[in-house]
Design a protein around this ligand. Structure first.
Ligand code: ADP
Ligand code: MG
Length: 250
């Protein structure tokens, strides 16, 4: 689904991503691991259009998407989760979900007085979809809770839920499990697997928890110092000497 060829992202003279080439197969849950500072988030940000690359090429299903802005990638079904922005914390969980698809075309609709009926129908459809997402993630009891009152793990589930409000093809998750308790981490893991199996989502996820990676991801790509160091299944990766050395070296 995604091919990254010879990607570089430099900051001044520093090569945060240094000639990285990876492939993310359609239907996979691909893991991206590596020591802190390896360049994982930078690579994600370049693929997701948040940062322009210094050099290299990204294609999606054969189409060159290098440097496209996030909203264009969003329309192609390439999503990256973002933390719930401060201004959304006083809105309810359901409202947060309903905000997602409206972002692009909502304004022009709202300005059109005569389309009021259509807007009401659209809103009902969004509310229905939001409730479906909440049930899927087993957080329907939180529908009317203010997003700002959620625990860290519940916020991560809401971030994942936002990707379900649109027709995502591939979702990039940067450390969804960070600071999340074991129970919620399992809920997040289950949601990822179900989205992958039942809805055909492809995932690429950065995660530190090796148990989580080993349970969910195949293949696992390892980065260190901006470069792709190894790729394979979790077992192969954990026995790879270059990988062991990269982790011990930090
Ligand atoms: P990872 O996600 O693997 O921990 P990052 O991609 O966040 O690593 O960062 C890789 C390296 O690039 C780090 O050394 C980091 O300090 C550096 N870096 C990341 N973003 C910037 C930036 N905007 N300006 C300068 N250096 C950056
Ligand atoms: Mg990072």
């Amino acid at each position: 689904m995604i091919t990254v060829e010879g990607l570089h992202r430099h900051f001044g003279g520093f090569r945060a991503v240094d000639d990285a080439s990876i492939e993310i197969q359609t239907g996979s849950i691909t893991g991206l691991i590596g020591p802190n500072g390896a360049g994982k988030s930078t690579l994600f940000n370049v693929i997701a259009g948040v940062l322009p690359p210094t050099a290299g090429r990204v294609t999606m299903a054969g189409e060159d998407i290098t440097g496209l802005p996030p909203h264009e990638l969003f329309h192609k079904g390439l999503l990256r989760t973002f933390q719930i922005a401060h201004e959304f914390s006083s809105m309810t969980v359901r409202e947060n979900l309903m905000m997602v698809p409206g972002g692009q075309s909502g304004e022009s609709l709202i300005n059109t007085w005569f389309r009021r009926g259509a807007i009401a129908a659209e809103e009902r459809e969004l509310a229905r979809k939001a409730d479906e997402v909440l049930a899927f993630l087993t957080i329907d009891h939180l529908a009317n809770e203010k997003a700002g009152n959620l625990s860290g793990g519940q916020k991560k589930l809401l971030e994942l839920g936002r990707t379900m409000m649109v027709d995502a093809k591939i979702v990039f998750l940067d450390e969804v499990g960070a600071g999340v308790n074991r129970t919620l981490l399992n809920t997040i893991g289950d949601a990822i697997v179900r989205l992958n199996q039942e809805r055909g989502y492809t995932f690429c996820l950065i995660e530190h928890d090796m148990d989580f990676i080993a349970r969910l991801c195949d293949p696992v790509i390892v980065m260190a110092e901006g470069k792709v160091l190894a790729q394979g299944n979790a077992k192969e990766i954990m026995q790879n000497e270059a990988v062991i050395e990269a982790y011990l070296g930090t």
